[in-house]
Design a protein around this ligand. Structure first.
Ligand code: ATP
Ligand code: MG
Length: 567
């Protein structure tokens, strides 16, 4: 299965192996030089980062070679599907920056054609109605070393099969009472050829076709034909479909001729550490209230990542860094986080926020005076500009940036030592006030007026630089400190444990009473991304209210897990 050479050879031309195969087909003039891919989500959940990998491939390859990519909802199981999911999927694909234009399709649009094909196969003696239960059918499947057993209903007459299948669709039989199976080969070495099920009875209304149908096609009987009906030339999917490929081709050949036949190509799924990718498990987290919804910022969903503050570009950068291969792997979430940090470092606005504030009084600074100081919006950007920030007699600094009796090499605020207040002045701590329990409640400092940022005096060497906000002007805010959802590297591999037991109890901490600079009053809009200097990257959440801005921490400035692992 591993085709490393394929990957190695193509790296020279800068194409991955899928792109190379498509390129070769185009060069050979297959399908009249046409390229048409599709992204086929089942609308039974929100999209996750794994889907983003497929989206980047399906839409990206079409863009690269001047083709088109369809969006096709694979809506063949009405029990699990819903329009809420359809809508969220469309929003997420657009947000990633891809466009299907008017090519929005649904497998359910093809139910009539699929039904007609089933009837034709019955007439040709290639399909039959089986009255056995799914358990009985499974028991006859055989194994890779032993052939399966033929169903006692396998040799029914065409008339009887037609009659039963039509009555199945009219709703005359209960769910599970009968299925339509392809009559292929119960001894085939490919298990998928052992008379696979084509249709099952489902009596649940469909979100698009209502109660029109009582039989629904299986994935294998719908997918390839849907590709064919749409004129898809390359049906790119994940490796678990490799063994399905012969069946895909078997059904498509019932429709296709030599001039056009879609080609299935498979690549490896994206699996990420410290999370799960199964839609079933993600749904369970949502339904059991273990997260705040599909877009909870801890979820590996695209909507969760958007709400967390990840940009589409950082997701794309990560996906292109991990690449596409022919063998399964587990990708480190640190790589994704690295891509997010890099992107935010170049694009986020720097602001001051004090998460755990303690008041500092600058005793020699004039009362009732506001000095505006200029702060760089983003030193990484050439024309990033600046914004003004008020400096006053009373400010807040971070509680952990002060120590009365510091150890050696503590370069923050401490009695008798000088420290720089970023963008403002150098100050020296002259005293402090404690409450009855010994907690520091106020710190006293003197500032040196000659050291204002930009003046020659500011060149003086001081080891520490602190962030701060004016006490009078600061706005109150709440921050949600998010961390990894699971505290186990590969929850899916721990098959003897319930995955919910592996949730990281520290994955969300809410901190209130945060003091943020007044610039954020107007700029804290959902979708904006900020660096809280010395702390991390944050983005405003839609739960914010006029008197309480809520920020989601996208990510800390440094990878704290990496440090923890090195210990
Ligand atoms: P289900 O078990 O519900 O089928 P699924 O994850 O396969 O779940 P689909 O909606 O069928 O979900 O997926 C749509 C497309 O996204 C498919 O082509 C699938 O191969 C691809 N895809 C899904 N998960 C991943 C993943 N982890 N990495 C890469 N591609 C993925
Ligand atoms: Mg699927």
């Amino acid at each position: 299965m591993v085709e490393i050479n394929e990957t190695e050879n193509t790296e020279k031309k800068g194409l991955n192996f899928v792109e190379q195969m498509v390129f070769d087909d185009l060069q050979a003039g297959k399908n009249g030089g046409r390229l048409n891919t599709r992204f086929p989500p089942e609308p039974n959940g929100y999209l996750h980062i794994g889907h983003a990998k497929a989206i980047c491939m399906d839409f990206g390859i079409a863009e690269k070679f001047g083709g088109t990519c369809n969006l096709r909802f694979d809506d063949t199981n009405p029990v699990k599907e819903d329009v809420e999911y359809v809508d969220s999927i469309k929003e997420d694909i657009r947000w990633l920056g891809f466009d299907w234009e008017d090519r929005e399709y649904y497998a359910s649009d093809y139910f009539p054609q699929l039904y007609d094909l089933a009837i034709r196969l019955i007439k040709e003696g290639k399909a039959y109605v089986d009255d056995q239960t799914s358990a009985e059918i499974a028991a006859q499947k055989g194994s890779t070393t032993t052939p399966g057993i033929e169903s006692p209903y396998r040799n029914r007459s065409v008339e009887e099969n037609l009659n039963l299948f039509e009555r199945m669709n009219k709703g005359e039989f209960d769910e599970g009472a009968r299925v339509l199976r392809a009559k292929i080969d119960m001894a085939s070495s490919n298990m998928h050829f052992r008379d696979p099920i084509m249709y099952r009875i489902i009596k649940h209304p469909h979100h698009r076709t209502g109660t029109t149908w009582n039989v629904y096609p299986m994935y294998d009987f719908a997918h390839g034909q849907s590709d064919y009906f749409e004129g898809v030339t390359h049906s790119i999917c994940t490796l678990e479909f490799v063994p399905h490929r012969p069946l895909y081709e078997y059904y498509v050949k019932e429709l296709a001729d030599e001039t056009y036949c879609p080609r299935q190509i498979e690549f490896n799924r994206l699996n990420l550490t410290y999370t799960v990718m199964s839609k079933r498990k993600l749904l369970q987290l949502v339904q059991e209230g273990l997260v705040a919804g599909w877009d909870d910022p801890r979820m590996p969903t695209i909507s969760g990542m958007r709400r967390r503050g990840y940009s589409p570009q950082s997701i794309k950068n990560f996906i292109s860094a991990i690449g596409y291969t022919k063998y399964e792997a587990l990708n480190s979430i640190s790589l994704l986080e690295h891509a997010v940090r890099e992107d935010l470092n170049s694009h986020s606005t720097r602001v001051m926020a004090v998460i755990d504030p303690v008041k500092v009084v600058i005793t020699n600074f004039p009362d009732n005076t506001v000095e505006m100081v200029e702060m760089d919006n983003n030193p990484e950007e050439e024309n990033g500009g600046t914004h003004a920030m008020p400096f006053t007699k009373e400010i807040y600094i971070e509680r952990e940036d002060f120590m009365e009796n510091p150890p050696k090499k503590y370069f923050r605020m401490t009695p008798g030592a000088e420290v720089r207040l970023k963008g403002a002045y150098i100050v020296k701590c002259t005293g402090l006030k404690k409450d009855d329990e010994g907690n520091v409640v106020e710190i006293y400092c003197e500032y040196d007026p000659e050291t204002r940022s930009g003046m020659p005096g500011s060149m003086r060497k001081v080891k520490g630089t602190l962030h701060w906000v004016s006490a009078e002007h600061a706005i109150n805010a709440t921050v949600r400190l998010y961390d990894r959802l699971f505290d186990v590297e590969n929850p899916a591999a721990e098959t003897d444990r319930d995955f919910r037991e592996m949730l990281n109890p520290e994955s969300l901490k809410v901190v209130t009473g945060v003091k943020i600079e007044p610039f954020l009053a107007e700029n804290a809009q959902v979708g904006n991304r900020f660096q809280f200097q010395r702390i991390g990257y944050f983005t405003p959440d839609y739960d914010s209210t006029p008197d309480n801005i809520i920020f989601n921490r996208t990510i800390a400035l440094k990878d704290s897990w990496e440090k923890a692992q090195k210990k």
